[in-house]
Design a protein around this ligand. Structure first.
Ligand code: ADP
Length: 520
């Protein structure tokens, strides 16, 4: 049967989505493939369709244990025989499945990566013809990424242990160059056919909001936008999920909550209430969403900042899968950055890995402070060449707010960093500029430097805002540490000499700019 006939008969589609056909044909022709597609791009079909055509079984390695059952159920509904092997199965069920696999009852078997190299699984797979090994969420093999899973490193050993090398297909929604290279190298893809689908999602409107009161911003937003339609609100902790869901309910919104601490059944029910539109809004931690395919999510609001750009892009990308206009709004507050840093700190990682995580976090912090087109910042992160500078569909591009020349302020900040020998972090620099009487500052003699108190009339927030913007524009380098230190880059010289002007949104500087607010 021709692949278009299979596409129609099993999947019910007339056409392939962008990039799918190349990968499907590649696999069927016996070539390794690498599919880099954004969430919702249609990766599953790329291995499911060839699995039907190829002789033998396809093994799909996926870290998403909780979704395996759903995936297999939907395969079976389409008339493709599939099953899964993971830790949720009881022993007798497991034995039965293993027997059935040996009897060639299945075309597709989903396996959790931890299972692959157990003696048991290896024994089972002996004598079974494996046509294809598809590695889903392949970036989990990368130590540079945000989802590193050590068990992924075992995949090549597993592939080698098979009697005949199958076709190997890797899929990910992460497209940074370092990670792609690592995937190819570690999974040992053999001259793969690649499909890289653009990361731009033109229907998504991106925005960063610096609200002094997030909750009241949220209430206004929900009253003014997409009333009665579906949306996701992400929070960083279970506690915030619970309290925010309660407060929204009290305000009359149709809300369910979702986090890892809830009973499995309740979580499942809430998820279904959201998917089947019985509840309009789901307030959730990042435990929610992987593999969820709800097309009509009109907004994804991050009440707290996630840990990096990849996580943000994936979570925000759950909006507007149907291609209709949708919003992705990140509510920024500096305390969320501090929280994310604490999380990294508490993981007790190697220094190298810690630095990577700080660097990844910083990119998202830069995203929150840039005046540049937000879409451009996202696409640049994912390594896409961006020619157009204005998308006219993000918070920064449509922002009509007045820009103010902050070159003098920038010069003061840069000089202060220079005068204090590039040895301090943001908080200290702000204290020096504002002429703080903080005991430690006085002990260090920082009240003696020439920049002490030269921004006395500015608020902490205003100085922080300008400084972070200077970081995002590359005039200041923030070291990737637990306590980052500010240093000048070579670009800073132009600003110090007055050759380069710096602009910033006036309302963000003026808001508290005239009066000194309380010291933190
Ligand atoms: P990913 O794993 O890349 O996030 P999925 O494989 O879950 O994406 O697919 C996303 C959605 O696209 C699913 O609803 C799927 O049914 C749909 N889809 C996949 N291929 C096609 C196609 N050729 N035509 C139309 N819809 C498709």
């Amino acid at each position: 049967m021709d692949i278009y006939q299979i596409l129609k008969m099993y999947f019910g589609y007339e056409e392939f989505k962008k990039g799918q056909e190349k990968l499907v044909r590649g696999i069927i022709d016996g070539r390794d493939v690498l599919g880099i597609m954004p969430t919702g791009g249609g990766k599953s079909l790329c291995y499911q369709l060839p699995a039907i055509v190829l002789d033998g079984i396809a093994i799909v390695i996926s870290p998403l244990i909780s979704l395996m059952k759903d995936q297999v159920d939907s395969l079976n509904e389409m008339g493709i025989s599939g099953t899964y092997i993971n830790s949720t199965l009881e022993q007798n069920k497991l034995m039965e499945r293993l027997r059935e696999i040996r009897e060639n009852k299945y075309k597709i078997v989903y396996v959790a990566p931890e299972r692959l190299n157990t003696g048991f699984f290896k024994e089972l797979i002996k004598g079974v013809k494996v046509s294809l090994v598809a590695v889903d969420e392949a970036h989990c093999i990368s130590q540079w990424g945000h989802d590193f899973r050590p068990s992924y490193l075992e995949i090549p050993t597993f592939i080698n242990s098979l009697e005949e090398r199958p076709v190997v297909a890797a899929f990910t929604a992460t497209a940074t160059e370092e990670i792609i290279e690592e995937i190819k190298y570690l999974i040992k893809l053999n001259n793969p056919t690649e499909s890289i689908i653009g990361f731009d999602r033109p229907n998504l409107f991106y925005q960063v909001i610096k609200a002094s009161n997030k909750f009241s911003y949220l209430l206004n937003y929900l009253r003014d936008n997409f009333q009665g339609e579906s949306g996701i609100i992400y929070c960083s902790t279970r506690k915030t999920v619970e309290s925010l869901a309660r407060k929204l309910r009290e305000e009359g919104f149709s809300v369910v909550e979702y986090h890892g601490g809830m009973e499995g059944e309740e979580r499942q029910n809430n998820q279904e209430d959201f998917i089947f539109n019985r509840a309009k809004i789901i307030v959730a931690t990042n435990a929610f969403g992987m593999g969820i395919d709800k097309p009509d999510v009109r907004f994804v609001i991050h009440y707290n900042m996630p840990k990096n750009m990849e996580a943000y892009y994936q979570e925000a990308g759950r909006a507007g899968r149907d291609g209709e206009k949708s919003h992705c709004i990140l509510l920024y507050s500096p305390s969320d950055v501090v929280k994310q840093k604490l999380i990294i700190q508490n993981e007790y990682l190697s220094q190298e890995r810690e630095e990577i995580l700080y660097k990844n976090l910083q990119y998202l912090v830069d995203y929150c402070h840039t005046n540049d087109c937000l879409r451009k910042v996202i696409l640049t992160y994912f390594g896409e060449m961006v020619e157009e500078h204005n998308c006219n569909n993000c918070g920064n591009c449509i922002d009509q707010s007045e820009m103010m020349d902050v070159t003098i302020e920038a010069q003061k900040i840069l000089s202060c960093i220079y005068r204090t020998n590039e040895r301090y972090g943001l908080t200290t620099i702000i204290q020096v500029l504002r002429g703080s009487k903080n005991k430690r500052l006085l002990e260090w003699g920082l009240d003696k430097v020439s920049t002490y108190g030269i921004m006395e009339t500015y608020s902490d927030t205003a100085i922080r805002e300008i400084t972070m913007t200077l970081v995002s524009m590359g005039y200041i380098h923030m070291t990737a540490d637990k306590f980052p230190i500010l240093k000048l880059t070579s670009k800073a010289l132009g600003v110090l000499r007055g050759e380069t002007k710096v602009y910033h949104k006036k309302h963000l500087i003026e808001r508290k700019g005239s009066a000194r607010d309380k010291e933190e």
